[in-house]
Write a protein that binds this ligand. Sequence first.
Ligand SMILES: Nc1ncnc2c1ncn2[C@@H]1O[C@H](COP(=O)(O)OP(=O)(O)OP(=O)(O)O)[C@@H](O)[C@H]1O
Ligand SMILES: [Mg+2]
Length: 245
Amino acid sequence: MISFQHISKTYQGKVKAVDDVSFEVHPGEIVGFIGPNGSGKTTSLKIMTGILQPDAGSVSIGGIDMLKYPMQAKRAIGYISDSPDQFLRLTGIEYLEFISDVYGVPLKHRKSRIEDLAEKFGLTDALPRQMVGYSHGMRQKMMVVGALVHDPDIWILDEPMTGLDPESAFLLKQMMREHADKGHAVLFSTHVLEVAEKLCDRVVIIRYGKLLYDGTLEQLPERRRADADKSLEEIFLELMNDEGL
Ligand SMILES: Nc1ncnc2c1ncn2[C@@H]1O[C@H](COP(=O)(O)OP(=O)(O)OP(=O)(O)O)[C@@H](O)[C@H]1O
Ligand SMILES: [Mg+2]
């Protein structure tokens, strides 16, 4: 389970990126994190994964306090950041070996785990090549494989489908569902409302760093209006232009 409680974060200067946001992601759930550009999703996810320190609030991952025991808490997380342009001088296999070392993936499981994931995402032939020569989508796929190589319980994914071809996006969505169905928590940010609609058990919506909605998408139209014909996109756009719910 992910517990994110009363988190606030202001960047140097004065941008209050996250303002007293609280929500949870329970085992077996896929939660979509949505909100306009600059609303504080990436900042929240970086706080949740221990990359950024909050100014206030607490985070726990599988019951482990991220601020007190960051090493333990981080071990439980598979994180895909918002930028796939990392470690580009490494070859694909060097990157995955490096990540496996960091997370202490036992040597006897490592080879098959890397081979299986690379095969699934069609990266096998690319593994010996430097990632600087990969396309954007190939880099993104490598981030997906890198995030999952240590078989983490909790998945925290920042716009994971961006740049993926339809086959890989489908595969990742399927893997997210299977992972949640095994009783694990999955949180991902997205701008693609159709994906959120199809995949999520619940959505958390933020705007200007503040939590605007936490609930199921089915409940959202009911709370907005009786007109059930409105698309999620229409409801979402109205919501973003309103003062609140
Ligand atoms: N390193 C930084 N230094 C200063 N301000 C930052 C920094 N990173 C983000 N911000 C600001 O914090 C706010 C939230 O940004 P954040 O990246 O969390 O939004 P987001 O919801 O992930 O947006 P997007 O949908 O575009 O990815 C924005 O106002 C942004 O300008
Ligand atoms: Mg972002």
